[in-house]
Every structure is written in structure tokens, then in C-alpha cells.
Design a protein around this ligand. Structure first.
Ligand code: 0RA
Length: 638
């Protein structure tokens, strides 16, 4: 077939402007995609997929396929209308080329009213193009298939017609540019989680995900939308009722959708989205939801006589015990705030969400008395437990004072009183605790040994937790308090370091500690204060020389560096207790020599499920999970 070209010659005045725009993106990628690390890299995929989702929201697309290719590139295909190819009225060049090099496609065409300006998404495909070593786009539209290739954002040839087409759609394939990004390796689970999330939030679409690197394929389609999302969050719990409560209404131009359900546990999981974007730091929509929920349940409980006359009502904490909820709002002009733009700022949204919850939830409770009853009974129980916890806490405080100074007896504290400098090592067992006390730098390193198992907080309420000696020691040593009473200004150590054995018991204790921090002191993790110490697994010696190895790979490399296995002595460390104080200090504790892993929570829904599975009541899913993810359990960096 004869090849037509649709483009003007490559270099005229407007294309020079284009190149300047692209080089601005390449000079400061972080300004456009937030960062150049793994998070920024995945932002590129989300940006392209979001453009396809805009076609879904316009009612023009039912299927999206994402492939992570073996060559390190990513392909996103949709069956939308295809990016227009005809001449752009203002730029007098093909619209496709304009979308790929200058403009945010959505901004000019109003494909979808609910834009994401101000957030990290919605920067435009041209940003992805500018940050790609190469980008190839195919458009099926008007009976033709068009093709164009770009390198580092600039077209290398005019648009070509490469064949006929009897369908419409867009295929974008791009390879992230390693010269402007710190990492270019896509993470399978990160991409999969976002695609699954999008399929819940947009029930009309089917999303296929193929990873050529491990030869896998999954398909997501959730006609039940966010109600199914909530059921998914509660997979490993006992829900109090099914199906979840579902509310949907508009207030002014805002579209508000909520699904919620309770389980018989004590934790809350609320995932909130604005125009399909996750807002882990909450914001006005979440504040409105909470206010509406507390108010509506109190009104109902009083009206039905569950709360009498002037008796104190249910608090926010009471009505959120065991709650799993997904809140999805769509706004015309969202304003995202905060360092990572993860919090919604629009003040009008609080009242809008609150009003929807007040009206629609009250209506639901009237129509479903059995559900309403179970829900209010659960909150009333939480209120009783709250009262018991308050008493226990007061008791702890009084006891602490009587014991003198309030710090636990087992804590070997450091001399420095500057929290920014201070570190707390939480060590498994008295013997390793003794070694750590000898090996530490007592100026700024404190040691708290824990003997045996600590309480599983996933299964316990606050009042029961406070009866546990280990937990009380931890709380007083750390200093910030617990639950709703956290005061970060009282943090006594800016680094809280878990130092446990590299065996099953050690990983169990670590998971218990992480559960405590994640559920009851979440700011500690959010602010980056929690770390895992990496103890070596091997000491490899030849003659007078020796090396430490922290993994089997490092061990093998060390053997190689020593010139083979001959004459090499390998000592395997099964526990911290097998090292002497000097060795422990040198390998695991001393800044500069040690490796610390910072614990971060990338995805609240995922972390929530992980803890439910690892620490919850149901044994079966836990066993399955541990079998499937043994590596992650021993190396938990959620
Ligand atoms: C501009 C206008 C229209 C669609 C698109 C862009 C579009 C962009 C992308 C990016 C990935 N897939 C896409 N699909 C479509 C509207 C076209 C029309 O009105 O026909």
C-alpha cells in the first residue's frame, strides 16, 4: 500500500516551540510527574491509562489492555474513538501530533468534565512522551490506521497511514528514558493494583493486564463498582451484613458515591478517591463523610431509643470501628494539597458529602432496620470499650508515675535528650537485648528488649492492649501515646528500629510490631520513623580477610571475590544472639556501616488486607498468603 503522510515538514517555527516545551519537561521531570523515582515512573503508566479512562467516562470505550513488554516498554491499548488526526484549528498541525507534543488532550476537547488539574495525573500524554526514550502511537480512526514514532518527545517522521481499520481506538507504546529517570523497571504489583482499582472505580470497563516478563495475564471487570471494592477490602473478615450500603447522589456539580460495610473487627479502612485519584491523606470529602456518618448514626440511635435522653452520644471513633468504606467523588475543579498532593482541599465538598450521607444514609437505615440495628449495636459496643480503655489508660498513667519517671524498667535509655538524634532499638529476647546494650553507642542509642510474643493487636481492642506489659513498655518508651491521642511532638526517638532474628519467630514479632504501629500509631510510619535493621546472614572468611553477607547472593559474590570456595570458611548466623557485641554493632547498629530499611505504606488498601490476612482471625487465607508470599513476609516493606 502506498504510504500517505499527514504531517507538515518537521522543523518550522511551531516545532521549535514544541522542542522547547519538551526540553522543559526533561529538565525538571519532577515538576510534572512528582518525582523521578519508582513513583514517578509508574505515574507515566497511569497518565496514559487515565487518558483511556477519559474515553470510558465519555461513554466511548469498553476495554483497555496494558502490557509490560519484555524490552522494558509499556503498551496501553483502548477501543475508544482514537486521538483525532485531522488538522488542529489553532496549531495547523495534526491534532495527534499536538496531543503528543504540546497539549493535554482533555483540556482542549472536554472529553470528560471531571478533570484532574492540580493533581499529578492529568499532566498530559506529551509529558510521558518527553520522558520516553521512544514512544510509538497507533490510532485507528476514520477507516485508517495511523502511526507515528517519537524519540525523547520529538517526532522522527511524519504521521503515516499504515493500513485500513474497521474499528477505532488508540495504542500507545513507550519506553521510559533511563537518562532522566532514576529507575525504569516497572513493578508488576504496583501496576496491577492500580488497574484493579480503576476497574472498581469504573464499572463499565474491562482492563486486561499482561506482563511478558513473567508470562502472566489477568483481566479486571467489576460490574458492581465500589460496592464490590468494599467487599474485596473485607475479603478476610466477617462482614456484619451483605451487600454493602451504597449511596449515590449529586450536589451542585459534584458527583458523590459511597459504599460501606462493617466487619466484626476493630479497625477502619476508608479509601477515598477524587476523579479516580486516590487521596491517602484524606481531605474535605473524607471530613464530610465522617461528620455525616457520626451525625446520622447518632440521630438514628436517639430516635430509636438506643441512646437515652441526655446520655453522651457515639463518637467518630465509635462509628468507624470495623468500618470498610470506599468514597469516590467527581469534581469539576479539584484542588489537591500537601507535599504529595494527596489531600483534597475544596472547602465546598465537605458540606456536599455530608449532606448526601445525612440524607441517603438516614433513608437507608429507615428502609433496612435489621442492618441499622446491627450497625448501631456495634457502635454502642465500641463506645463501651472506649470507656473501658479510658479507665485502663488512666490506670497505666498512674502506675507509670508510681514506678518513677514513667519509663519501663527494661529500657536502656540513651543520654541524649534530642529526639532527632535518638534511636530506639527494639530487640527480640533478653540475650540479644544484652548484646545490643553492650554494642550500642549509649549517647544516642536506646535498647528495649521484648521477651516472647507480643499481643496481636489486630484481634484486640484498645482496653485489652493496654493490659499487655510489652505494649505498655513500647508506648511509654516511644512517648507519643496511642490511637486518637497521638501527639507527635512527644516522640522520644526519631528512629524506631526493629531488630529481630531472620527466622520465622523474628518475622512474626516484626509483623506484630508493624501491626501495632500501622493500626495504632500510623503517623509514626507515615512520617518515616520506623525501620527494620538488616542483620547479616553469613560471615565469610579466608585467612585474615572476612566479609559479611546479608543474602545468599552476597555470600556467593563474596566467595567469588575470595577466588573460589577453597579455604573459605562460611559461618551462618541464625540469630542476633550468635554475634558478640562488637560484631552486632559493626554489622547492624553503627550508622555508616549498617543497612536500615525504612517501612513505608504505599497502598493503604493493600496494607490493610495484608494485616487482615497476616494477623486476623481466619487461618485459611493466612496460610495461603504465607505460602504464596514467603519472601514478602520475611522482608515486609509494605
Ligand atoms: C482528544 C480528543 C478526543 C479523544 C482523544 C483526545 C483521545 C486521547 C487518548 C489517549 C489515549 N487514548 C485516547 N483516546 C482518545 C475526542 C475525539 C472525538 O471527539 O472523536
Amino acid at each position: 500500500m502506498a504510504q500517505e503522510t499527514v504531517s507538515a515538514p518537521a522543523y518550522d517555527a511551531s516545532s521549535i516551540q514544541v522542542l522547547e516545551g519538551l526540553s522543559a519537561v526533561r529538565r525538571r521531570p519532577g515538576m510534572y510527574i512528582g518525582s523521578t523515582d519508582a513513583r514517578g515512573l509508574h505515574q507515566l503508566v497511569y497518565e496514559v491509562v487515565d487518558n483511556s479512562i477519559d474515553e470510558v467516562l465519555a461513554g466511548a470505550c469498553t476495554r483497555i489492555d496494558v502490557t509490560l513488554n519484555a524490552d522494558g516498554s509499556c503498551t496501553v491499548t483502548d477501543n475508544g474513538r482514537g486521538i483525532p488526526v485531522e488538522e488542529h484549528p489553532k496549531y495547523h498541525r495534526p491534532t495527534l501530533e499536538i496531543v503528543m507534543t504540546v497539549l493535554h488532550a482533555g483540556s482542549k476537547f472536554d472529553r470528560n468534565a471531571y478533570k484532574v488539574s492540580g493533581g499529578l495525573h492529568g499532566v498530559g500524554v506529551h509529558v510521558v512522551n518527553a520522558l520516553s526514550e521512544w514512544f510509538e502511537v497507533r490510532v485507528r480512526r476514520d477507516g485508517h490506521e495511523y502511526f507515528q514514532r517519537y524519540e525523547r518527545g520529538a517526532p522522527v517522521a511524519p504521521i503515516e497511514v499504515v493500513g485500513p481499520a474497521d474499528t477505532t481506538g488508540t495504542e500507545a507504546r513507550f519506553k521510559p528514558d533511563a537518562t532522566v529517570l532514576e529507575t525504569t523497571s516497572f513493578d508488576h504489583e504496583t501496576v496491577e493494583r492500580r488497574l484493579k482499582e480503576l476497574s472498581f472505580l469504573n464499572p463499565g470497563v474491562t482492563i486486561g493486564f499482561r506482563d511478558e516478563r513473567n508470562d502472566s495475564f489477568v483481566e479486571f471487570h467489576h460490574a458492581g463498582g465500589i460496592s464490590e471494592f468494599v467487599e474485596d477490602l473485607n475479603t478476610s473478615t466477617n462482614p456484619l451484613f451483605r451487600p454493602p450500603i451504597y449511596l449515590h447522589a449529586k450536589r451542585d456539580s459534584s458527583d458523590i458515591e459511597l459504599a460501606m460495610e462493617y466487619n466484626d473487627g476493630y479497625n477502619e479502612t476508608t479509601l477515598a478517591f477524587v476523579n479516580n485519584i486516590h487521596t491517602p491523606d484524606g481531605g474535605t470529602h473524607v471530613v464530610g463523610f465522617r461528620a455525616g456518618l457520626t451525625r446520622t448514626l447518632n440521630d438514628y440511635a436517639r430516635k430509636r431509643g438506643f441512646i437515652k435522653g441526655d446520655k453522651e452520644g457515639l463518637t467518630g471513633e465509635d462509628v468507624r470501628e470495623g468500618l470498610a468504606a470506599v468514597l469516590s467523588v467527581k469534581l469539576l475543579e479539584p484542588q489537591f494539597e500537601g507535599q504529595t498532593k494527596a489531600r483534597l482541599g475544596n472547602s465546598e465538598v465537605k458540606g456536599q458529602v455530608e449532606s448526601v450521607v445525612n440524607d441517603k444514609l438516614a433513608e437507608f437505615l429507615e428502609e433496612h432496620p435489621a442492618v441499622a440495628q446491627s450497625l448501631v449495636a456495634k457502635a454502642a459496643q465500641a463506645a463501651q470499650a472506649r470507656e473501658a480503655a479510658r479507665k485502663a489508660r488512666e490506670l497505666t498513667r498512674r502506675k507509670g508515675l508510681l514506678e518513677g519517671g514513667g519509663l519501663p524498667g527494661k529500657l536502656a535509655d540513651c543520654h541524649s535528650r534530642d529526639p532527632a538524634q535518638c534511636e530506639l532499638f527494639i530487640v527480640e529476647g533478653d540475650s540479644a537485648g544484652g548484646t545490643a546494650k553492650q554494642g550500642r553507642d549509649r549517647e544516642f542509642q536506646a535498647v528495649l528488649p521484648l521477651r516472647g510474643k507480643i499481643l496481636n493487636v489486630e484481634k484486640a481492642r484498645l482496653d485489652k492492649m493496654l493490659q499487655n506489659e510489652h505494649i505498655r513498655s513500647l508506648i511509654t518508651a516511644i512517648g507519643i501515646g496511642i490511637g486518637d491521642e497521638i501527639d507527635m511532638s512527644r516522640l522520644r526517638y526519631h528512629k524506631i528500629i526493629m531488630m529481630t532474628d531472620a527466622d520465622v519467630d523474628g518475622s512474626h514479632i516484626r509483623t506484630l510490631l508493624l501491626t501495632l504501629f500501622y493500626r495504632k500509631m500510623p503517623q509514626l510510619i507515615a512520617d518515616g520513623h520506623v525501620f527494620i535493621a538488616q542483620a547479616p546472614l553469613y560471615r565469610i572468611q579466608k585467612g585474615a580477610r572476612f566479609k559479611w553477607a546479608y543474602s545468599d547472593e552476597e555470600r556467593d559474590r563474596a566467595i567469588e571475590e575470595f577466588g573460589g570456595a577453597k579455604g573459605v570458611v562460611i559461618q551462618r548466623y541464625k540469630g542476633l544472639g550468635e554475634m558478640n557485641a562488637e560484631q552486632l554493632a559493626e554489622t547492624t547498629m553503627r550508622p555508616g556501616a549498617r543497612t536500615l530499611l525504612r517501612v513505608t505504606v504505599e497502598d493503604a488498601g493493600h496494607a490493610n488486607m495484608l494485616f487482615q490476612i497476616l494477623m486476623g482471625e481466619e487461618v485459611e487465607p493466612r496460610r495461603e498468603y504465607i505460602q504464596e508470599h514467603a519472601v514478602e513476609v520475611t522482608n515486609l516493606d509494605i
